[in-house]
Design a protein around this ligand. Structure first.
Ligand SMILES: *[C@@H]1O[C@H](CO)[C@@H](O)[C@H](O)[C@H]1NC(C)=O
Length: 228
């Protein structure tokens, strides 16, 4: 806090340029509670970039599938699990004292892969035994995702609670984002008057154009997720 205060005091003294002060911040409520004085941060920063992703990914202590960046909770999630979504985090930051127009919502262009324990159980929350084969430590970029879906002729599922797709082939299970899910998420930002969107990250979007055959007509060939 001291640091932010000093930086703010200093940039306000600059006459030639108007500088912005922004901070990338965590989304989970327990981190917000233990790490930030949100109301005071609000006085010093122009905006916070909310890292509203990685809500679910494979770890030994969470060995089940889940959505990387759910927009909303699903009705069967209760207690702590019901807080693991973009909507909850964005409002949590706001209720703790950050002005809405300073809250920039992070949107991922990557997904998380899992290896299912049982190929027949493919639901969200199904037991998993590790990262999937796709990606690095389970981080899958959008190019890899498109290739995976097209080459295997997969018809991805779309979960209407979280407004997010996931794709399954044998024991490979991947949660990711596409143009449809990101449209829901940007509409949410606009309809709820938050400050804007932050993309994580440009290089994990399709900067080559390999996804174009799967995308609706008129979608930009390069950076389809970011530009759409
Ligand atoms: C979004 O979050 C707010 C604040 O926590 C809550 O009141 C609202 O019910 C949530 N919306 C949905 C659709 O879950």
């Amino acid at each position: 806090m001291q640091l932010l205060q000093e930086i703010r005091r200093n940039i306000n003294k600059q006459e030639k340029h108007k500088y912005l002060l922004s901070v990338a911040v965590a989304a989970p409520t327990f981190l917000v509670d233990t790490s930030y004085d949100v109301a005071r941060m609000n006085e010093y920063v122009d905006y916070v970039n909310l890292m509203s992703y990685d809500y679910h990914f494979y770890t030994k202590s969470t060995p089940f599938t889940g959505i990387n960046a759910p927009l909303y909770a699903s009705p069967n999630q209760i207690g702590y699990f019901a807080t693991l979504n973009i909507n909850y985090s964005a409002y949590y930051w706001h209720f703790n004292g950050m002005e809405k127009n300073k809250i920039i919502i992070g949107l991922p262009t990557y997904g998380h892969s899992y290896t299912l324990m049982n190929n027949q159980n493919t639901v969200i929350g199904a037991p998993a035994i590790g990262y999937g084969r796709l990606g690095i430590l389970g981080f899958v970029d959008y190019k890899q995702m498109c290739t995976f879906v097209t080459e295997n002729k997969i018809k991805p599922f779309f979960d209407m609670d979280s407004k997010s797709p996931y794709a399954v082939k044998y024991s490979e299970w991947v949660s990711y984002d596409d143009t449809v899910s990101l449209t829901f998420k940007t509409e949410f930002i606009k309809n709820n008057d938050f400050g804007g969107a932050m993309i994580f990250s440009l290089n994990m979007d399709d900067h080559v154009g390999v996804c174009k055959k799967d995308l609706p007509k008129g979608t930009p060939k390069r950076f389809p997720l970011t530009k759409n």
